[in-house]
Each structure stands twice: as structure tokens, then as C-alpha cells.
Design a protein around this ligand. Structure first.
Ligand code: UD1
Length: 369
């Protein structure tokens, strides 16, 4: 079989958290002698510091296909990615499509591929917050319902899928691919001292990220959050890389100047992967509403306070360093963290930097089956 006759695999990436998940896998598949791989970027995240910086840090090549579907409502993004990917699938015929995570393009590409009768695999399957108000929860449930192969990061994922009626033969527990990205970049991350750029000392500061619609889209909630942050900053310095959604809402509600006026809080543009991990891996505490940061905190043994009512990653609480907090309970939880010694829970099983290898082997088996 010549190289151009090898089965083709599409790997889909759309938004910032996807880039870390596809990178380790893309590099492994690119080296494999039993398939060809094409990278598809749907364009959901398009700012240079939300996309290009990650491609550069993770050594990802220019995508083979760029769908150029940027902003818009959840429905618009999903529909436009489906239309654009439908056109790609009329000119490129993959044997398998791999989608990752829970963003709008995850569902859009999985559904489009399924309608073309192409096999689809979901990496990071089975996670559930049981909160259907979150767009990501709908994406997770619907994607898992139509995928042929479900790669889960932790036992709770398997349990959720079986409860939803998924045949266990479709489920394979492979571990957490985010840890592969961290280990792949570890030497460069360890060499980074991002905190020095903010005039800080190791283990003396908090890193904050916030972008969920439930936290940033409502004026009263966002305003209360800014007040709360002023209180946090009296305990320790805070670095706050601003997500575009959060910046847009702070501007719209006239809260950005108030935020920037808080002494001890450094507001920055979003950071690239290596800079960001260089910063978080030396933090005293992480404050976040992101899914991936809950996992990275657990892996690094750094306390994490998650500003959400629920998490689709309960293992970061049961086996990790994560706690759910609200604006009312944040200060008490922070004081508790700051008065205790650093947490050092072990990483959950299969969060070992070898998830990409297990995924690649699973795909090879399913491709030749
Ligand atoms: C999306 C994902 C979320 C993920 C987050 C990580 C969904 C439903 N949500 O949310 O799961 O945690 O990414 O960041 O898929 N924008 C820019 N520049 C960019 C990207 C976005 O200005 O590079 C703007 C958009 O135009 C929009 C806003 O930021 O106005 C929000 O972006 P969007 O992609 O809709 O959702 P996120 O909040 O980023």
C-alpha cells in the first residue's frame, strides 16, 4: 500500500482547550505507518493569543483544513461548522474522525461525520456535570450518543455512559490526554519563570481564570465577582489572564476600569500554553471555572477553588485538589487553603502522560478490525 492509500484520520480542533488535547495525539498519529492524519481547525478561537500561540507552543502544523467559523451564538457556531465540515467531507474521505472535549465543534463535526457514515471517536468521553443549562453538557451527551468509540479519562466516565445505555464494547478507558500535553512540554514549562515577569515569587500568588457564561454574562454576578476579587487580593497577589468573552462583558458592563484599578491584581491578555503552565505550576492556589485547570491542578498537587455549582470532573475533588465554591464561600475556602500546607494528592490512575499511546493503539485496532 502506498502512503497515499493509507486510511485517513481527521483530527478536529476548534477552541483553546482542544489544542492541548489534539497535540500529543496528532504527533503520534503523524508518526504512525498505518494511517495518514489531517488536522481540521474549525476556527472557533481565532485571536492569535487564543489559537496561533498554542499551535506554536505545541508544535502543531498549519491545519490541513481551516473552516473559518469564528464567533456567533452556540446554535450559529454549531450549524455553521456542520455546513462547512459537510463541504470538506465531500472532498476528503476519512476512515475515522476524532473529536475531543465538549465545545460546539465537537458535536458539530461528530454529527456531520456520522451523517456521512464515517466512524467517529470521542476523546474525553463520558464526563457529565448533569447541568443541561451548560452548552458543553449538551455537547457531551449528544456527541457520546452518536460516536462509535468512546475514550474515557476516568471511571466515572464509564459509569455515566453505561447508565445512558451505551454498549460497554464502545467504551475504552484511556486516561487524561491533558497530562500528555503537559509532559510533552514539561522541560520547556519547567524552564519558564513566568511569575518573575509579574514581579512575583514562587508559591506566593493566585492565578485566576473565568469565562463561563454563568459567571460572566450577568452584570450583577460579574460586578459581585470584581468586589470579591478585591478581597482576595488583600490576601495574596492575583494574576488574571482575561478571556475574550470576559473582557467583552467587563467592557459592556463598564467594569473593566474598576477591575484594573485593584492593586495586587495583574490583568493580562490570555497567555500561551507554556507561559500559562509556567505560571500556574508555581502558584499557591488556582481560582477558576475552567475544566482543564481543575485537572492540571490535581496533577500538579496545587489547591484549586472552582467557581461553579458542579463539575463534570468529580475525580478532581475525590482524588485531587479541587473544591467547588460560590462567591459566598470563596473567602472561607481561600483562608482554609492558605492556612494549610500544600496538598499533594497523587494523580488519578492513567493520568500518566501515556494516554496518547493508548488512544493510538485503540484506533489502530479499530481501523484494522
Ligand atoms: C468556548 C467553549 C468552552 C471552553 C472555552 C475555552 C463552547 C460552547 N464553549 O467558550 O467550553 O471552555 O471556549 O476558552 O464551545 N472570541 C474572541 N476571540 C477568540 C475566541 C472567542 O474574541 O479567539 C470571542 C467570541 O467572538 C465570543 C466570545 O469570545 O464573542 C466567546 O467565544 P466562544 O467561542 O463563543 O465561547 P467561549 O466562551 O470561548
Amino acid at each position: 500500500m502506498t502512503a497515499s492509500e493509507l486510511p485517513l484520520v481527521h483530527v478536529i480542533a476548534a477552541a483553546r482547550p482542544n489544542f492541548m488535547k489534539v497535540a500529543p495525539l496528532y504527533h503520534l498519529l503523524n508518526k504512525a505507518d498505518w494511517c495518514r492524519v489531517a488536522l481540521v481547525h474549525t476556527g472557533q478561537h481565532y485571536d492569535p493569543n487564543m489559537s496561533d500561540a498554542f499551535f506554536r507552543d505545541l508544535s502543531l502544523p498549519t491545519p490541513d483544513f481551516h473552516l473559518g467559523v469564528g464567533g456567533g451564538s452556540n446554535t450559529e457556531q454549531t450549524a455553521q461548522v456542520m455546513l462547512a465540515y459537510d463541504r470538506i467531507l465531500t472532498q476528503s474521505s476519512p476512515s475515522w474522525v476524532i473529536v475531543v472535549g465538549d465545545v460546539n465543534a465537537t458535536l458539530a463535526c461528530a454529527l456531520t461525520a456520522a451523517k456521512h457514515n464515517i466512524k467517529v471517536a470521542h476523546l474525553e468521553a463520558g464526563l457529565r456535570s448533569f447541568d443541561r443549562r451548560m452548552p458543553e453538557e449538551l455537547n457531551r451527551v449528544l456527541t457520546d450518543a452518536i460516536c462509535d468509540l468512546l475514550w474515557t479519562p476516568s471511571p466515572d466516565g464509564d459509569v455515566n455512559l453505561v447508565r445512558e445505555g451505551v454498549d460497554p464494547s464502545r467504551i475504552e478507558r484511556v486516561g487524561n490526554i491533558m497530562i500528555d500535553a503537559f509532559e510533552m512540554m514539561r522541560s520547556r514549562i519547567d524552564a519558564k519563570r513566568t511569575y518573575l515577569e509579574f514581579g512575583l515569587e514562587a508559591s506566593s500568588y493566585a492565578v485566576l481564570t473565568l469565562h463561563r457564561p454563568s459567571n460572566v454574562d450577568d452584570r450583577a454576578v460579574l460586578s459581585r465577582f470584581v468586589d470579591c476579587l478585591a478581597e482576595v487580593s488583600r490576601r495574596l497577589p492575583v494574576v488574571f489572564p482575561l478571556h475574550p468573552r470576559t473582557k467583552k462583558m467587563l467592557l459592556e458592563y463598564d467594569l473593566l476600569t474598576r477591575l484594573q484599578g485593584i492593586a495586587n491584581v495583574s490583568v493580562t491578555d490570555p497567555l500561551g500554553y507554556i507561559d500559562f503552565m509556567g505560571l500556574t505550576s508555581h502558584a499557591r492556589v488556582l481560582l477558576t471555572d475552567s475544566g482543564g485547570i481543575q485537572e492540571e491542578a490535581t496533577y500538579l498537587g496545587i489547591p484549586c477553588l472552582t467557581l461553579r455549582e458542579n463539575t463534570e470532573r468529580p475525580i478532581t475533588i475525590s482524588e485531587g485538589t479541587n473544591r467547588l465554591v460560590s462567591l459566598s464561600t470563596l473567602m472561607a475556602a481561600l483562608d482554609d487553603v492558605l492556612s494549610s500546607s500544600r496538598e499533594r494528592a497523587g494523580p488519578p490512575e492513567l493520568w500518566d502522560g501515556k494516554t496518547g499511546e493508548r488512544v493510538t493503539e485503540s484506533l489502530r485496532r479499530n481501523l484494522i478490525a
